[in-house]
Design a protein around this ligand. Structure first.
Ligand code: DMJ
Length: 479
């Protein structure tokens, strides 16, 4: 059996009431008040359990002001802003109001120091835009636009390809030191700006945001693609790939390739299938990593978003390819599930290999951790919406139970250092994307399809929903 659909449609019906915990008397918050034990027996037959009950209502508050909040290099409050739409969807009204008040009163943009263009865009701007679209509250629109303006100096490069780091005070920019010795921008980063920047133009009337990301698209359209693939590093100065004979983590290009080209260009998808997609001796389909002609037979947890992405792309693919892509998406998602199923905790490792008879398992302890990442449940959600095969809810429920068992702490949820050990090994961090993404995708997996219908909403890379512009028939999307 699988969990019954029990969550109502946003705004039309009330959710089942969730237990209310009174706020703690004073900070630091006492830990136990939110540690309502999750009834595991119920999890086996969970007809009435809602994800409101899964979210410890004070947990987000406990970490909300922690992520970088004391660092003048960071505007702070990433957890608050990353959680806004999840709180709203789950009808955690008091918490949402508290978060909104924090954004109004304490989220100041006159900060100094450096910030990551990518992270600020996907977490803060994405979070604020979603909150605006869901609620219509002006404060979110205004702060999103102001923050967007702060990011613009990142694009002051000879090619217009932005650098990864921007200094909010001086307006200078630089590349990450680890990106080909500070010479490169990261495709997965500058390829994840498009949606938000088009929305910033739409909401501000300022064309500059859209121009910046349309230029990125132009540069990428015109540049040579070795083997039809997009390498991960690009010089923002010369506009050339910086691959030093290696194509690294080329699968990172996929969100870009698929979303940009799903209506028009088969080439990139074919290149990915030709060069990267493999089937293991045990019959598991995976997307390998390409290093200068040599394949690493591994998949990162991060790459598990590709099941959902390919499923989504299939809907717009040519008729003769549609079934093939749906099947590919299902197979990759099944492989990612295997990486969870083959661990002792039923949570998946950061990376898993297909080598020497061992398949879909990490081979080093340094890759055995799980930091509450969303990509696998993200694919379950898309595949569920596409197929309504109950297996995806069953798999999702396995994750819920494992999170409860191994990641719930007295003060929220924590990553674990080793998915192959049942001994508690918390890393004592609740990543902001756990609230923004992991919980949201799980929630949607058990919701009706018209809760954020995929016809009308598109999720940014941090799972923040933005409305689809149905009048944009250009295939450029995101407007
Ligand atoms: C999130 O910030 C986003 O999903 C990003 O695309 C990848 N890293 C984390 C989740 O794993």
């Amino acid at each position: 059996s699988h969990p019954r659909t029990h969550v109502s449609v946003l705004g039309r019906e009330s959710f089942p009431p969730h237990p209310h915990h009174p706020p703690p008397a004073s900070p630091p918050y006492p830990l136990l008040f939110l540690a309502k034990p999750f009834p595991l027996e119920m999890a086996l037959e969970p007809p009435d359990l809602t994800f409101c009950q899964l979210l410890p209502e004070e947990a987000w508050r406990m970490v909300a002001y922690g992520w970088g909040g004391k660092d003048e290099n960071d505007p702070g409050g990433a957890t608050v802003i990353d959680s806004l739409d999840t709180l709203y969807l789950m009808e955690l009204k008091e918490e949402f109001q508290e978060a909104k008040a924090w954004v109004e009163e304490s989220f100041h943009l006159n900060v100094s120091g450096e910030a990551s263009l990518f992270e600020v865009n996907i977490r803060y701007i994405g979070g604020l835009l979603s909150a605006f679209y869901l609620t219509g509250e002006e404060v979110f629109r205004i702060k999103a636009i102001k923050l967007g303006e702060k990011l613009l100096p990142a694009f002051d490069t000879p090619t217009g390809i932005p650098k990864g780091v921007v200094n909010f005070k001086s307006g200078s920019n630089r590349s990450w030191g680890w990106a080909m010795a500070g010479s490169s921008s990261i495709l997965a980063e500058f390829g994840s700006l498009h949606l938000e920047f088009l929305h910033l133009t739409q909401l501000s009337g300022n064309q500059v945001f859209a121009e910046k990301v349309r230029n990125i698209r132009k540069v990428l359209r015109e540049i040579d693609k070795p083997f039809g693939l997009y390498p991960n590093f690009l010089s923002p100065v010369s506009g050339n790939w910086m691959q030093q004979g290696r194509l690294e983590r080329s699968h990172n290009c996929q969100p870009l390739c698929f979303f940009w080209q799903r209506k028009t260009d088969q080439e990139t998808n074919d290149a990915i299938e030709t060069h990267l997609v493999n089937v293991s001796p045990g019959g598991l389909t995976y997307i390998a990593e390409w290093r200068g002609g040599i394949l690493d037979h591994k998949m990162g947890h991060l790459a598990c978003f590709s099941g959902g992405m390919i499923a989504l792309g299939a809907e717009d693919a040519k008729e003769e390819k549609r079934t093939h892509y749906r099947e590919l998406a299902a197979q990759i998602t099944k492989t990612c599930h295997e990486s969870y199923a083959r661990s002792d905790t039923k949570l998946g490792p950061e990376a898993f290999w297909f080598n020497s008879g061992r398949e879909a398992v990490a081979t080093q302890t340094s890759e055995s951790y799980y930091i509450l990442r969303p990509e696998v449940v993200e694919s379950y959600m898309y595949l569920w919406r596409q197929t309504h095969d109950p297996i995806y809810r069953e798999w999702g429920w396995e994750v819920v139970m494992a999170l409860e068992k191994y990641c719930r702490t007295e003060a929220g949820f924590s990553g674990i250092q080793d998915v192959y050990s049942k001994v508690p090994n918390h890393d004592n961090k609740q990543q902001t994307f756990f609230l923004a993404e992991t919980l949201k995708y799980l929630y949607l997996l058990f919701s009706e399809d018209d809760m954020l219908s995929l016809e009308d909403w598109v999720f940014n890379t941090e799972a923040h929903p933005l409305p689809v512009n149905h009048s944009d028939s250009s295939g450029r999307g995101g407007g």
